[in-house]
Design a protein around this ligand. Sequence first.
Ligand SMILES: Cc1cc2nc3c(=O)[nH]c(=O)nc-3n(C[C@H](O)[C@H](O)[C@H](O)COP(=O)(O)OP(=O)(O)OC[C@H]3O[C@@H](n4cnc5c(N)ncnc54)[C@H](O)[C@@H]3O)c2cc1C
Ligand SMILES: NC(=O)c1ccc[n+]([C@@H]2O[C@H](COP(=O)([O-])OP(=O)(O)OC[C@H]3O[C@@H](n4cnc5c(N)ncnc54)[C@H](O)[C@@H]3O)[C@@H](O)[C@H]2O)c1
Length: 455
Amino acid sequence: MSAVAEEVDVVVIGMGPGGEDVAARLAGAGLSVVGVESRLVGGECPYYACVPTKMMVRAADALGEARRVPALAGQAEVRADWTPVADRIRDEATTDWDDTAAVQRFERTGGRLVRGTGRITAPGEVTVGDQVFRARRGIVLNPGTEPAVPPIDGLAGSPLWTNRDAVPVREVPESLLVLGGGPVGLEFAQVFARFGTSVAVLEAAPRLLPAMEPEASEVITEALLAEGVQVRTGGGVQHVKHDGQFEVQLAGGDRLTAEHLLVATGRRTDLQALGVSAVGLDDQARTIPVDERMRAADGVWAIGDVTGRGAFTHTSVYQARIAAADILGQDGEVADYRAMPAVVFTDPEVATVGLTESRARDAGVEVSTGTTRVQESARGWIHGVGGTGVVKLVADVRRGVLVGATVVAPGGGEVLGALAVAVHAEVPITRLREMIFAYPTFHRAIETALGDLDV
Ligand SMILES: Cc1cc2nc3c(=O)[nH]c(=O)nc-3n(C[C@H](O)[C@H](O)[C@H](O)COP(=O)(O)OP(=O)(O)OC[C@H]3O[C@@H](n4cnc5c(N)ncnc54)[C@H](O)[C@@H]3O)c2cc1C
Ligand SMILES: NC(=O)c1ccc[n+]([C@@H]2O[C@H](COP(=O)([O-])OP(=O)(O)OC[C@H]3O[C@@H](n4cnc5c(N)ncnc54)[C@H](O)[C@@H]3O)[C@@H](O)[C@H]2O)c1
């Protein structure tokens, strides 16, 4: 016998950063909202991703800076200890992986949390275990992603780590193989290396951070090599064996061994489990396409990683704001991803906004690029050790505006702010060149890069 459906205004499946935000906005506006969460309210970001990894980065950066003391200021004895990092992650970031505070925050808005796995079982209908909800106004999908494990011989079934295993560790491994040289792989690689782990990064593509500018890959590769991280690019891994420790065989025949292996090769979704075919969506797809108001189907909105518009917390929360306004019938803003920012929190940070040179060319833009080396700027030179990097600007020559930028520098994510404004607001390059850039800041390198543009 099927359960009697309970009527509500909105059901949000998945309470990641965006799900939590949209559910709270709608409940706060007086709608009856059910948020469905199978794991922890808040999603990946606060418990296994952004927040704890940036606490790791903060600690690793302190070690990195202390090790630069001999080049700048005398002697410093550094004895790395993971205990304060592990304690901070357990006690401050994740409250021991307990979401009580997040649940209470949501319930204070008037929303109701239902624990379990939600599935669309008919248009406007969500089933969670033996509970059935009819959503009068709509369903919002924020299921996020799971770590993807590539089909490498011997990998499945081995005691591999994903980010969910690497974040809660109480001790750093002696040695670590990192499969994947994207943002997840590089942040963990540098953190653990700075705490004494012998790390090798294995990237299938010809360079690290292959989706970013080649100049950024060069700088970050040099920085990692200088800290003793092994970097193997191109070719990939053919075989993995675990016999007390991991052994991988690379395409060229080399074998590497380590105590642990971290898989950081991207993310996957399971749209079939979400039941999206019940509303006419392709359940074999990797993402849910959405329009500029996050509408995915009649009465269905999707937000976050699952939309494929940039797997970042800021994307998810941005989309949540737009979806909430649309559900509330407000004539609000529409999504505009031209100035999507992203920061890889390595040292130096790799920060990007908008299009890379190759993406801009592929999009038919008449491109001019302007590049400058951070170590050649006054501030980079003053900074000395640790002051290497690059600023690269991508201009649309016909329109006379920036369509993309990359900053690799100490605090590169902060320097990026000015360029994100320039891309977002389409500030004319002639106007940017008239700016006064404070001396001697890292952001002053932007002025040199602007001068290098052929616009
Ligand atoms: C190691 C790491 C570091 C990162 N660092 C950063 C960073 O510094 N900055 C940044 O912006 N981004 C970072 N990211 C990306 C960021 O974590 C995600 O983009 C962010 O969590 C937003 O994801 P989301 O809103 O799509 O959902 P998620 O955070 O993935 O949450 C989705 C939620 O939905 C739940 N769920 C899924 N299916 C169902 C279902 N059927 N029923 C009920 N519940 C369901 C899940 O349990 C989960 O809690 C990082 C990612 C990783 C892996
Ligand atoms: N600071 C941040 O904002 C931040 C930090 C971490 C993650 N994230 C986001 O989370 C998502 C996941 O990050 P990610 O780094 O796992 O994924 P990713 O897709 O960005 O990078 C994965 C890397 O693994 C490589 N790869 C794939 N298969 C491989 C194989 N078999 N062997 C070796 N290398 C292989 C890819 O070429 C790629 O370089 C991304 O969208 C990222 O933007 C953001």
